[in-house]
Ligand binder design. Structure first.
Ligand code: 3HC
Length: 295
């Protein structure tokens, strides 16, 4: 047992209502996951247009789930009925758990945690989906670092089963246990880990992705051949360039930089080509161009 594998030994906190902050790919997927699992979700976006865009994206994804026989129409309508979109953080005052999924910028996240600390009720769990920043940096700006935890979902959140539950040096055991329990209730598989850059998956995945970019840069092999090799040679569902374009090159670069800063491995230095593509604004599928071009 790890020190935080104590779900059976601590009283769990009650989580019935959930808040999600953000309106990007991850936030939208996470809102959908909670609503499908029966939780009332209040999500906070920066504009009314974004509130509506999140709802439309979820409606589309739920429709796809119905078409694939994963969901019936009654469950789809019930899930949509559990969504409340807002532009005001104040609407999170009564929720039991907030999941933050805003941009990977520490200043933005810290300002948000300061606000959540003021707004949320005592005992509410404050979770961050950060994939590259230290969770303790968010916890430390609040007066309740014991209630702050990492809840790292994977992309696409509706489909990927893993959630890394990240405990800082301050996180209470009952918070970790509650979030693990919650993940199972969402149909996810939680793993727990400490607050080190990359957690488990990205610490192993991104050096590989970065190496693929370096291989391309050295004119060693083409994008298509590298992707084909890893898919057919290793059984990966996506090749490294497909995955980088899905995750986003900006997010990927941020993760690689954090790994380099933390572990100081020379080979972890971000590939210059990755830096250049980000500078050019070629961020992957979301901008229509990354390692490949999309219609
Ligand atoms: N709702 C519910 N289920 C859905 C759905 C939806 N909207 N859309 C698709 N599905 C289901 C399908 O029914 C199918 O389920 P089944 O196998 O039980 O029938 C399953 O999801 C796969 O769907 P598809 O067949 O349409 O798609 P693919 O076979 O092309 O797989 C994929 C899609 C699962 C995304 C696959 O390409 C994959 O695994 N890619 C790798 C993703 C990955 O590695 N993500 C991690 C990135 S790293 C990260 O997120 C960390 C971050 O910090 C950067």
């Amino acid at each position: 047992l790890t020190p935080h594998d104590g779900e059976a030994h601590v009283a769990l906190r009650e989580v019935r209502t959930v808040g999600v902050v953000g309106s990007g790919t991850m936030a939208t997927g996470i809102v959908e996951v909670f609503a499908k699992a029966g939780y009332d979700v209040t999500y906070v976006a920066r504009s009314q247009a974004k509130v509506e865009a999140v709802r439309a994206a979820i409606a589309k994804s739920l429709e796809k789930a119905v078409q694939r026989g994963k969901l019936d129409e009654v469950a789809r309508d019930a899930a949509l009925g559990r969504l409340t979109g807002t532009t005001s953080l104040d609407d999170l005052a009564r929720v039991d758990l907030v999941v933050e999924a805003v941009v990977e910028d520490l200043k933005v996240k810290q300002a948000l945690f300061e606000n959540l600390d003021e707004i949320c009720k005592p005992g509410a769990i404050l979770a961050t989906t950060t994939s590259s920043l230290p969770v303790i940096e968010c916890a430390s700006v609040t007066k309740r670092p014991q209630d702050v935890v990492g809840m790292h979902f994977f992309n696409p959140a509706q489909i990927m089963k893993l959630v890394e539950v990240v405990h800082t040096v301050s996180t209470d055991d009952d918070v970790v246990a509650t979030v693990q329990h919650l993940c199972r209730d969402l149909g996810k598989h939680p793993v727990t880990c400490g607050d080190r850059a990359g957690f488990i998956v990205n610490a192993l995945l991104f050096p590989y992705l970065n190496d693929a970019v370096k291989m391309l840069e050295a004119h060693y092999a083409s994008v298509d051949d590298i992707d084909t090799a890893m898919k057919t040679g290793c059984g990966y569902p996506m090749g490294p360039f497909e995955l980088l374009d899905v995750v986003g090159l900006d997010v990927s670069l941020a993760i690689q930089r954090e790994l380099y800063l933390e572990f100081r491995e020379r080979g972890f230095a971000p590939a210059p080509l990755l830096e250049h593509l980000v500078t050019a604004g070629y961020l992957g599928r979301k901008t229509g161009r990354g390692f490949r071009t999309y219609a």
